[in-house]
Design a protein around this ligand. Sequence first.
Ligand SMILES: NC(=O)CCC(=O)C(=O)O
Length: 307
Amino acid sequence: MAKLLKKPVKLALVQLATGADKAHNLSHARSKVLEATRAGANIVVLPECFNSPYGTSFFPKYAETLLPSPPTESQSPTFHALSNLAKESGAYLVGGSIPEYWAETKKHYNTSLTFAPDGRLLATHRKVHLFDIDIPGKISFHESDVLSPGNKLTIVDLPEYGKIAVAICYDVRFPELAMIAARKGAFLLLYPGAFNLTTGALHWELQARARAMDNQVYVGLCSPARDMKAEYNAWGHSMIVDPNAAVMAQLGEDEDIVYADLNADKIEETRKGIPIYTQRRFDVYPDVSKGDVKYDGDGDDVALPQP
Ligand SMILES: NC(=O)CCC(=O)C(=O)O
């Protein structure tokens, strides 16, 4: 069987301190991504809403227009900053997420852009599951007041390494996405995300480890740094989990970068030891990765229009 991960790769998650100044967020992201690639990272990830504060009142104000693709510099300064940064750093760059405005439909999205080391846009993921929750006395948040959901999974082919899946934050709670991506050959599931002090304490690590355990793949969750002066306090604790569900490395609350070296042997060893991959009973229940699955995975899925 062909290896899911063709050669060892160093992953870096940048737990960025973000604020209200978009230009500063972009230049700060640049310096941290370059720091990560100077340390040898081949894939670098930024957090959810890395160019703006996270919150429904901020999304329309910070939103950029990505379509038609490629956007002009004034339509999306972040698109151009990320594309240039991927080229400058020579790494694959999963550009966290940004608020997007689609002028044609007047809809907003929470959107992640992934760039190749030559600066080409490889994939666009629009958050599929919007973060709408109410935990009395703790947190009430309704992304759907402002945002519309994306309608596809995102699998990205990195030719030297293999396939990764990109989804955003609350998407991690829906195991189907992870399962489908893993069965379609992803070696790594990446989630730019911003859990909070309530659900972060409850479920952040558990979600990361569960997705890794169920699918026997690597998982990375990349949060903004915690800012207690902000309206929304991100959990932090960006982490990388191995295919056996062990936490390889985890940050605290402050700005920092977490690294891990990923290799094919760990996936194979895990799957050989606990061979759920060959023990599934699709005669008893259906394979969620088959049938009518909406996903991009051919490495050519630049920015498909969505309803
Ligand atoms: N930004 C988000 O989607 C937050 C998700 C979250 O906190 C959760 O508990 O899930």
